[in-house]
Design a protein around this ligand. Structure first.
Ligand code: PMP
Length: 429
């Protein structure tokens, strides 16, 4: 089918200039890494390793909504470091607050007043929360919350939705090396948006379930995102209450992107415990657990510490970042721009005969080719977008930041206008 262009652009298309960007330095670093680092790049390997040669391997620096790789190529960043960048790389408000704390001796023997200030700030911000604790990574607090649920109920089992990611610990990361069956012996799984599957678990395991841990909406990799069906969250809450189980909201990925008061406010329910990380401190290492008074005694009994637990720079960064996001209404910006991006990609896809599927809220959007479920066109599309300075992940939800602008979205859509016909040509659609 001939590609018919119906979309006009306000700005000039981001034409791919003569030479494709070089990833030479990235590749050289990767080879050096392979000698001294197991697997060269571990953890989040994608898309560099899942689509080899098409994406840079190493980043050099970032500014605002952009980052540069080690070969000097610049990208509009729609991955935002997998979420932590929310107010822009090198944000002066956040960095100045953090740097001042570094100069005062970031990590001391005792917690600083900033820990108290931040706990007060979070409990002021999140309406249902009465207390907060702090750690470094999302996994620290998702794991800790499951222990609090057990301590509170005296029960063992934890329920999660199939396909949800809660961190890199044996209880929640199936399918990786070194994990044995016993690590997940107390885990049970139900299907997102299917309340009857959660009810069935409660019926089968009467009096055994300590807690249910869930993300605010379902955002698995290699799949569309799924928002909660009307009444779903309220149904989960009710089942937890009827069965004496603790409801844990894993707001690590969505927190402070959907609503400054926590993602439960966006979807209209209240958990008993919640976990925050990524967007809390604009890239400084910090996570938080929050809870109700009813969970406080159990929380005080579950050990939580770490080498850097007193680190003040991250707490200063979080205080500055939360103030900044509130002041500029970053949530509104991210959601509006993400909606524009989704709408624009769907429209431009349509102009070339593609039915793009756009899912998720604007701040965490995902758009893929509706005509395939193997992500092949998606990989080619994203690899071509990278050549035009647009960093879109092929199979993980994207992230907007408050530093993105309408001009960035326009540049991305202009690039997409060039790329859709290339995908068509490549696949002969
Ligand atoms: N929960 C969710 C929903 C996440 O997205 C992540 C990180 N991708 C985690 C937990 C784990 O956080 P971390 O990688 O900081 O341990």
């Amino acid at each position: 089918m001939a590609a018919k262009k119906t979309v006009t652009s306000a700005t000039k298309p981001a034409k791919k200039t003569a030479a494709a960007p070089s990833f030479q330095k990235s590749k050289e670093l990767f080879l050096r890494a392979a000698e001294v680092i197991p697997g060269a790049i571990y953890g989040h390997q994608s898309p560099a390793i899942t689509v080899p040669g098409s994406f840079p391997y190493y980043a050099a620096h970032g500014e605002g909504a952009y980052f540069w790789d080690v070969d000097g190529n610049k990208y509009v960043d729609y991955l935002c470091a997998y979420g932590p960048m929310v107010s822009g790389y090198g944000n002066r408000v956040v960095d100045d607050a953090a740097v001042a704390e570094y100069r005062k001796g970031n990590c001391l023997n005792l917690p600083s007043p900033l820990m108290v200030n931040l706990a007060e700030r979070l409990t002021g911000l999140i309406p249902w929360a009465d207390w907060a604790v702090f750690a470094k990574n999302g996994t620290d607090v998702t794991t800790w919350c499951t222990l609090v649920a057990r301590e509170h109920t005296g029960r063992k089992k934890i329920v999660a939705a199939k396909g949800e990611y809660h961190g890199a610990a044996p209880w929640c990361t199936p399918g990786h090396g070194g994990i044995v069956e016993e690590d997940r012996a107390n885990m049970l799984y139900f299907t997102w948006n299917k309340l009857e599957t959660l009810k069935a678990l409660f019926d089968t395991h009467k009096g055994e379930i300590a807690g249910v841990i869930m993300t605010p909406f379902h955002h698995p990799s290699f799949a569309d995102s799924e928002l909660p069906a009307p009444g779903f969250w309220q149904g989960v809450r009710k089942l937890c209450d009827e069965n004496g189980a603790v409801l844990i909201l894993d707001d690590v990925r969505c927190g402070f992107r959907l609503d400054m008061h926590g993602s439960q406010a966006y979807f209209g329910f209240e958990p008993d415990l919640a976990c925050y990380c990524k967007a809390i401190a604009n890239g400084y290492p910090l996570s938080a657990g929050a809870g109700r008074n009813s969970m406080k005694a159990a929380a005080a009994n579950v050990f939580l510490t770490g080498s850097y637990w007193t680190s003040t720079a991250s707490m200063a960064a979080a205080l500055a970042n939360l103030d900044h996001l509130e002041k500029i209404d970053g949530v509104k910006t991210m959601n509006e721009l993400g909606d524009l991006l989704m709408k624009g990609l769907v429209e431009r896809g349509k102009a070339f005969g593609y039915d793009q599927v756009a899912t998720g809220p604007g701040a965490l959007p995902f758009v893929r080719f509706g005509c395939e479920n193997n992500f092949m066109r998606q990989q080619v599309f994203c690899a071509e977008m990278i050549q035009r300075g647009q960093f879109l992940h092929p199979h993980h939800n994207w992230f907007l930041s408050a530093a993105h602008t309408k001009a960035d979205i326009q540049a991305t859509l202009d690039a997409a206008e060039e790329v859709f016909p290339l995908v068509k040509k490549h696949f002969g659609d």
